[in-house]
Design a protein around this ligand. Structure first.
Ligand code: G3H
Length: 195
């Protein structure tokens, strides 16, 4: 059976500054992760000629995939991070201070809360449907390099976790979650490549 490998992009400059969204490059630690990921992917998918690497259309996932060679790379807009609308580029502190009602509304119902002119987790889950259909159809391994909120939703689908848990699933940086779908169900392995 073919594995699906899920990972967040390497740490970005926005992650470092605590800002949500944006479209920035990788930090030094993020660059290092991209290098470690090449070794991992090359070893893990050595004899898997038909494997492919899927990223979002955002810089930080494309840069994380950049050092990997020998596999086709596909960019999906549907793999882009949850869009925070008017809050894009703000820190959670700034939202709390300047838009307290928005902050509270999201805290109350993170799954359904939609950022003004942006998206909710439910919106993200809906736009992921074509990606999931295509992932189910693949016979070869796929490495999905995406973002925290999107990976929470994808992971929940494969690991059969309830909808209400999705916004709260832990999705650490610099870690690969390998999902194998076999006859006996889904198996999962985690590889933490660095802190
Ligand atoms: O930039 C967006 C974050 O990765 C999503 O995290 O839904 O926990 O705020 P959050």
């Amino acid at each position: 059976p073919r594995p699906i490998l899920l990972t967040r992009h390497g740490e970005s400059m926005d992650n470092l500054r605590g800002r949500i969204g944006g479209d920035h490059a990788l930090s030094d630690a993020g660059e290092l992760y991209a290098k470690k990921l090449v070794n991992f992917v090359e070893k893990r998918l050595k004899s898997e000629r038909a494997a492919s690497i899927w990223t979002s259309t955002l810089e930080r996932t494309i840069l994380t995939a950049a050092p990997i060679s020998g596999f086709p790379k596909i960019q999906w807009r549907a793999l882009d991070e949850i869009y925070a609308g008017v809050c894009d580029g703000m820190t959670y502190e700034e939202i709390k201070k300047n838009m307290p009602e928005e902050y509270e509304a999201r805290k109350k119902d993170k799954l359904r809360y939609r950022y003004p002119r942006g998206e909710s987790y439910l919106d993200v889950i809906q736009r992921l449907e074509p990606v999931i259909i295509e992932l189910e159809r693949q016979r070869a391994p796929v490495v999905v390099i995406s973002h925290q909120a999107v990976l929470r939703a994808l992971y929940a689908y494969f690991a059969d976790r309830p909808l209400k848990e999705i916004p709260h699933i832990e999705m650490p940086l610099h870690t690969i979650i390998e999902i194998q779908m076999g006859v006996t169900g889904v198996q999962e392995k985690r590889y933490k490549l660095m802190d």
